[in-house]
Design a protein around this ligand. Structure first.
Ligand SMILES: NC(=O)c1ccc[n+]([C@@H]2O[C@H](COP(=O)([O-])OP(=O)(O)OC[C@H]3O[C@@H](n4cnc5c(N)ncnc54)[C@H](O)[C@@H]3O)[C@@H](O)[C@H]2O)c1
Length: 273
């Protein structure tokens, strides 16, 4: 399994967390197809080994390594190593690693809820904090955070998860303004449910009602759009990238309807009383 020190690098670079499976994996392969040097990091070392081979088969350079995003020191070290080998470049940082704990809030052991907060919130904080100096040093750089349609309005049976994605939304919007001064964009990706391991055993009223219509490639394509925005997205300084028509509809509806109505709709989707 090749590591960062095996390769000299001069091309555009991307560092992706949670890259071994699902959306992260599809994203890694998408960037590889565009010729990026792909840093793919995860706690799933076996998944990374097969991903590395797939990236190399596409003719791109893969740099894979172990990273638990909840460990701030490990995150900073992996980033520093990667960027040093990449000639000082960090063009794109994708904070993708995340977990989902579904079910009735009071029935879920509190340790599981804490773990979800640690990965989905603190993991993103760790990535942004460690990534800043490298992003600032790379003209045109962008940090891309995985939010979710569950950040439009709090989701029953996904309360803790939904709250973590509201956190992602907030930190994205705030830092995009702060870091604009350095030419660093910070954006969020907003998928509804996606067919990955995360949703394989997920049974909530919302998933039953709305179905799971997106695949990881749909999200990866949007992440690539955010990394290389078109003229319109650039002109409006697009921060939020929805994925799929359902999410776009829900987001637009929430924007234009009063909060009490948004609650009624979300309660109906979740069939909650
Ligand atoms: N699947 C969906 O329905 C959906 C919808 C909206 C947003 N998202 C978001 O997209 C992102 C990716 O989700 P996915 O569906 O691809 O999930 P997935 O379960 O298929 O993959 C998640 C990856 O993250 C890794 N990971 C888990 N904990 C980690 C940690 N502490 N450090 C590093 N890596 C870790 C896993 O090993 C796995 O490879 C998540 O942030 C998720 O919240 C997913």
């Amino acid at each position: 399994m090749p590591f960062w020190y095996d390769y000299p690098m001069t091309t555009r670079t991307v560092f992706i967390t949670g890259a071994a499976a699902g959306i992260g994996r599809a994203t890694a392969l998408g960037f590889a197809k565009r010729g990026y040097t792909v840093g793919a990091f995860d706690i799933d070392d076996a998944g990374l080994a097969t991903l590395s081979a797939e990236i190399e088969a596409l003719g791109a350079t893969a740099v894979v390594g172990h990273l638990d995003v909840t460990d701030a020191e490990e995150f900073a070290t992996r980033l520093r190593e990667f960027v040093a080998q990449a000639g000082g470049r960090l063009d794109v940082l994708v904070n993708n690693a995340g977990i989902l704990v579904g079910g009735r809030f009071e029935e879920i052991p509190v340790e599981k809820l804490h773990r979800e907060v640690d990965i989905n919130c603190k993991g993103v904080v760790n990535g942004l904090h460690a990534g800043f100096e490298h992003l600032r040093a790379t003209p045109g750089s962008v940090a891309i955070n995985l939010a979710s349609a569950s950040a439009i309005y709090g989701q029953a049976e996904l309360a803790d998860y939904s709250a973590t994605k509201h956190f992602v939304r907030g930190i994205t919007e705030a830092l995009d303004i702060e870091w604009g001064a350095y030419g660093v964009r910070v954006v969020a990706i907003w998928p509804l449910f996606v067919q990955t391991a995360m949703t394989t055993n997920l049974k909530t009223n919302s998933t039953e009602r709305m179905g799971i219509k997106l695949g990881p490639q749909d999200v990866a394509d949007r992440i690539l759009d955010a990394a290389e925005p078109n003229r319109f997205s650039k002109a409006i300084h697009q921060v939020h990238y929805t994925v799929g028509n359902q999410t776009r509809f829900l987001q637009e509806a929430a924007r234009f309807s009063p909060v009490y109505l948004t609650r009624v709709v979300n309660r109906a989707i979740a069939k909650a009383h």
